[in-house]
Design a protein around this ligand. Structure first.
Ligand code: MCN
Ligand code: CUM
Length: 792
């Protein structure tokens, strides 16, 4: 008699995404679609040089353009104490340059006008006089004492170094190295990359002087954090601030930071008393907003002859741009870099890192990655590849020997994380089988005899997804947890709101499936709403694939509260005591008499029309969920490539992805996430590069130079699943949103290296452009390492 879970779109149903109904019809409602009465338009003047002392800014010609309502400069921002703002990593960031320009693309002035074209024209009439300074574009230059101090605005900042940080057990690690039979070394650069969502950033600030209310429609993945930040920075009362994040055209981490444009549009609205819209262009997005990576990694691994890893040393040097603006848990200086090697049994490890200011845009730093996990896993898998080669061991076998075994969970990693579940060897096996791993060596040899270069690359990783728990994770002191609020109406339909914010991940579809699973109410009867701080419960937003682990768990818990109350109502309706009530999906019945029952919809109606004496009417619940641990999904990726020895061009022949993200709420959505992530991984491995010339000019500031792969270039991916439920998550799910971007790049690079390393090279840095591959193949030299890096 219970309802069929798959039919009602519950867990495990590949339900079609409900949001796509409006997206594919062109009916999405993005920030730029919103038009408010009397709205003005803002354009930002950005610096064309990377490091310069400002001598003067003359805005008089801009003011004269008809239709211009306001011209803002750093000086005017400073007069209102808004020229600088705090960053998410306890640094400060210029909202508008006052003293110095510190990177190309920095905000210098803004024009607010009747339309965006007038604003842009007027911007071009602003005259900035400056004195150029030597430019620092990498951490080596940042350490050169003859180079200028970038952050001369700060007290106690005598050099360009931001931090030194270490974690792990040095003494134990040193000992492991003393006992090693073989020591394997690797050094590489994970280049700067950009999340580059199709929709750039933007906002519409609408300050109503009559009510004192400020409404801001904006592109943000974390609306509640923005509300708190605006309250603190602009000193406005928090209850008078409403942040609305409508449909987002992708986020990928780019829409986590607080950008100057948002703050400037707010001040502009307060000053003009009109709504002010700011929409960034593509170049503005690429040159000034939160990038990813830009970190130099080197390490060495202590190995025993039989293949056992004994210890790992790692050192990272990260380039943060002009302001340390990473969005990451406060406790860790370099995100979750120390989750590296978490899927392997590594008895001792030590990580040191340094961060530097340079004349580049500041980072949000995570691009589809849990706070530096992408770099960590990329280095891990490149290091594993190098170590297996140094030992003369097979790539898969070396992994099998060192992967954490099923009976070792819960497993405490050398850096202190607790991984709690997984079937790593099984995933490896499924992937090996699917790609035909065991025949490959012979295939490769035979091909080589005929002059063809084939390679196979593996990448296996577990990553920590779902910050909190609140004991360990906070951002600027705000503890990391999340929330859901479920309201069931009297006809059994309902609305669910969470503190997360979908940017394309499909929350509107999948959260309703959790409710269907818990209550037996069809998913189609639950509308999901996120992103409006006036209506949604407080939450830390969507990034680091934390939504399913945290907000998704809160959804299940909120639904369970509803079920608990409905049970009392059912007992009342069936005139038995609560203890005699049994539940099956969608329905309560009397124990021993399953024909006597009421549906969840009957209970909903009774909650408004026939509740038991003394019971509060209504059927609503709120749940704040603080997860006991992170969730630990696992991925095993296998990539087979062919490299053309004449050109260095490489093609993917086959790609097999095995993902274990615990219980899948919606298998089709999970597959979409994996496909999208692999496409981005392929782009980074193959073609994407944002770099800077010696003057700090950003190379890669448009889509002619910074390449987005289309369906034409992107290889096909074959997907497999393994399910190890998360032991602490209410529905057994683990996060998955980033796994493919995190584990993907190393699979491609390992495959290309496997095809060419017989010639001698141990590493080619990403992107593996044909000229680099060609050179490594024909000279046998590495193309990698510390700066100055090659700019091709
Ligand atoms: N899911 C599921 N079963 C699981 C795990 C997840 O069905 N066991 C579903 C979820 O219900 C959700 C989706 O998969 O609909 C992703 O869930 P999750 O792994 O929790 O990740 P988040 O929702 O927190 O999304 C964040 C993650 C990040 S950090 C980036 S960056 C990223 C990504 O998601 N940006 C994206 N995927 C993106 N996909 C799109 N289309 N656009 C972006 O900007
Ligand atoms: Cu790290 S990019 Mo996502 O976390 O928004």
């Amino acid at each position: 008699m219970s309802v069929d879970e798959i039919k009602i779109g519950g867990m495990g149903a590949s339900r079609r995404r409900v949001e796509d109904n409006r997206f594919i019809r062109g009916k999405g409602r993005y920030v730029d679609d919103i038009v408010l009465p009397g709205m003005l338009h803002m354009e930002i003047l950005r610096a064309d040089v990377a490091h310069a002392r400002i001598k003067s800014i003359d805005t008089s010609a801009a003011w004269e353009v008809p239709g211009v309502r306001l011209v803002l400069t750093g000086e005017m921002m400073a007069a209102r104490n808004l020229a600088w703002m705090p960053t998410l990593s306890y640094d400060t960031q210029a909202v508008m340059a006052t003293d110095k320009i510190r990177f190309q693309g920095q905000e210098i002035a803004a024009v607010i006008a009747d339309d965006p074209y007038i604003a842009k024209d007027a911007c071009s009439r602003i005259v900035v006089e400056y004195e150029q300074l030597p430019v620092i574009v990498n951490p080596v230059q940042a350490q050169d004492p003859s180079m200028p101090l970038i952050r001369d605005d700060k007290e106690n900042q005598p050099t360009n170094k931001i931090f030194d940080w270490e974690i792990g057990d040095k003494a134990r690690t040193d000992k492991a190295f003393e006992e090693a039979d073989v020591i394997s070394k690797l050094e590489l650069h994970y280049p700067r990359s950009h999340p580059s969502p199709l929709e750039p950033c933007g906002s519409i600030a609408d300050y109503d002087r009559a009510t004192g209310k400020l409404t801001v429609y904006m592109t943000t993945q974390a609306p509640h954090i923005i509300r708190a930040a605006v309250a603190m920075v602009a000193e406005l009362p928090e209850h008078m601030i409403r942040i609305v994040s409508p449909d987002l055209g992708g986020g990928f981490g780019n829409k986590v930071p607080v950008y100057p444009g948002y703050v400037i549009s707010i001040l502009a609205s307060i000053l003009t008393e009109r709504p002010v819209k700011w929409i960034e262009d593509k170049t503005g997005n690429l040159i000034s907003t939160g990038f990813g990576r830009d970190v130099y990694l080197k390490g060495e691994m202590a190995l025993r002859k039989d293949g056992k890893i004994l210890g790992m040393r790692m050192h990272t040097v990260s380039d943060h741009g002009a302001f340390y603006a990473d969005a990451q848990p406060t406790k860790f200086k370099i995100g979750l870099m120390h989750s590296t090697f978490a899927c392997y049994d590594v008895p001792a490890a030590h990580l040191t890192s340094e961060g530097y200011y340079t004349n580049k845009a500041p980072g949000g730093v995570a691009y589809r990655c849990s706070f530096r996990v992408t770099e960590a896993m990329f280095f891990q898998e490149r290091m594993i590849h190098a170590a297996a080669n140094d030992l003369g061991m097979d790539q898969a076998e070396f992994r099998r020997v060192n992967l954490v075994k099923d009976d070792m969970f819960p497993y405490r990693t050398a850096f202190g994380f607790l991984t709690d579940s997984g079937q790593y060897e099984k995933c490896l096996e499924v992937g090996m089988e699917a790609i035909g791993y065991r025949n490959f060596k012979q295939e490769q040899e035979e091909a080589r005899k005929r002059g063809r270069l084939l390679g196979i690359g593996i990448s296996t990783m577990t990553e920590p997804l779902g910050a909190g728990n609140s004991r360990e994770y906070d951002i600027l002191g705000i503890k990391m947890f999340d929330s859901a609020e479920l309201r069931i109406h009297m006809t059994g339909k309902g609305i669910l709101r969470t503190g997360a914010k979908t940017q394309g991940q499909g929350h509107e579809t999948t959260w309703a499936q959790i409710v269907a699973h818990e209550l037996g109410i069809p998913a189609d009867d639950i509308v999901v709403e996120e992103g409006d701080t006036d209506t949604a419960p407080f939450g830390m937003g969507t990034y680091a694939s934390r939504s399913t682990p945290v907000a998704g768990a809160a959804v299940a818990m909120a639904a369970r509260k509803i079920r608990a109350k409905a049970r009392k109502i059912a007992a009342h309706l069936l005139e038995v005591s609560e203890e005699d009530i049994e539940w099956e999906l969608g329905r309560f019945y009397v124990r021993g008499n399953s024909d006597r029952g009421v549906t969840i919809q009957d209970c909903a109606l009774a909650a408004y029309s026939n509740m038991p004496d003394g019971m509060e009417p209504g059927l609503e619940s709120t749940s704040y969920y603080d997860p006991p641990n992170l969730t630990w999904p696992f991925a095993a990726y296998f990539c087979k490539v062919e490299v053309d020895p004449q050109t260095g061009v490489w093609d993917v022949l086959n790609f097999v992805a095995v993902d274990d993200c615990g219980v899948r709420i919606n298998p089709m959505v999970v597959e979409g996430q994996v496909m999208g992530g692999l496409t981005e991984a392929y782009a980074m491995a193959n073609m994407q590069y944002i770099t800077f010339d010696e003057s700090g000019n950003c190379i890669g500031s448009n889509y002619m130079d910074y390449l987005l792969p289309t369906a034409w270039e992107t290889p096909g991916f074959e997907l497999h699943e393994v399910v190890t439920p998360c032991p602490h998550h209410p529905i057994g799910a683990k996060g998955v949103g980033e796994c493919a971007t995190v584990a993907g790049p190393a699979a491609f690079v390992n495959a290309v290296m496997n095809a060419i390393e017989h010639a001698g090279a141990r590493n080619v840095d990403m992107p593996l452009m044909p000229n680099r591959v060609y050179e490594a193949l024909h000279t046998g030299n590495d193309i990698s390492g510390m700066p100055p890096v090659r700019v091709d």
